[in-house]
Design a protein around this ligand. Sequence first.
Ligand code: SF4
Length: 324
Amino acid sequence: MTALLEVRNLKTYFFTLRGSVRAVDGVSFTLEKGEALGIVGESGSGKSTLGFSLLRLVPPPGRIVEGSIILDGEDILKLPEERVRKEIRWKRISMIFQSALNALNPVKRIGDQIADAIMAHEDVDKKEALERAAELLKSVGIDPRRVNNYPHEFSGGMKQRAVIAMALALQPDVVIADEPTTALDVVVQAQILNLFKKLRKEKGLSIILITHDLSLVAEIADKVAIMYAGKIVELGPSEKIYTEPAHPYTKGLMASIPRIGGSKELAWIPGSPPDLRNPPPGCRFHPRCPFAMEICRREEPPYFDVGDGHISACWLHKEGISKS
Ligand code: SF4
């Protein structure tokens, strides 16, 4: 099957006076129609920059320097900006930003804001756009009669639903959700995740969920990519990542998740992520890795196939390697 979206060797760097920050450095993955991919990493791992790159919205001084983003067989990095703006961004790939709750204009009715987004891209009149806005609100579980409300009349969870409705306004194939539930309490978090599940099922929506919270993606993702220092270090089906994490960094992340009734003390990963202007040679995780070997300090590990569509970039998987 051909993937709906295929990202190959994507590199996005920020060119600062103090050097180039390699925020996304050779990322590859695929996404099928209706599939949910979780991208998990600490802050500064490059996961949000990856999201902006997929929309070709990297803010300066950042720039995509290499790779391809193939949507339905067409590399969107080769398209003129005009076509991306008219045909791809928001229409085929849309995004719910991290600061989504602040994205709503406080002095404008919710329905008008959604209608404006529709009218900016499609040749429809205000009446039709407002009808669609009401329908969209309904699809995210908000009474369509609230279309004339202002943002301050909505709760935090409703505002987030309204932002999701806006991201769905042009019926995209892929929605990128960057930390969509961070500002919400756990009950509302669960409601938003259920909403994503419903949208996948009913609309065949593909979702890329970007988060620092590994337990959140467990709820929804079919597969999970773990990012560290601009690279995907492990990628595989969700249940494999949760039950048999292969990469030492993923194991560290898993050990730091609190579990109800868990007797073990919570572990954490010592140290902090590297400066991406000058990342460590070899495996970028080696200064923090309890299993680091000589080769890790010298050579970047390739991906090793650890079975069932599960890959991990770690020298420990190489047969016959000396673990000293
Ligand atoms: S390659 Fe080496 S340093 Fe990197 S995660 Fe594996 S064991 Fe640790």
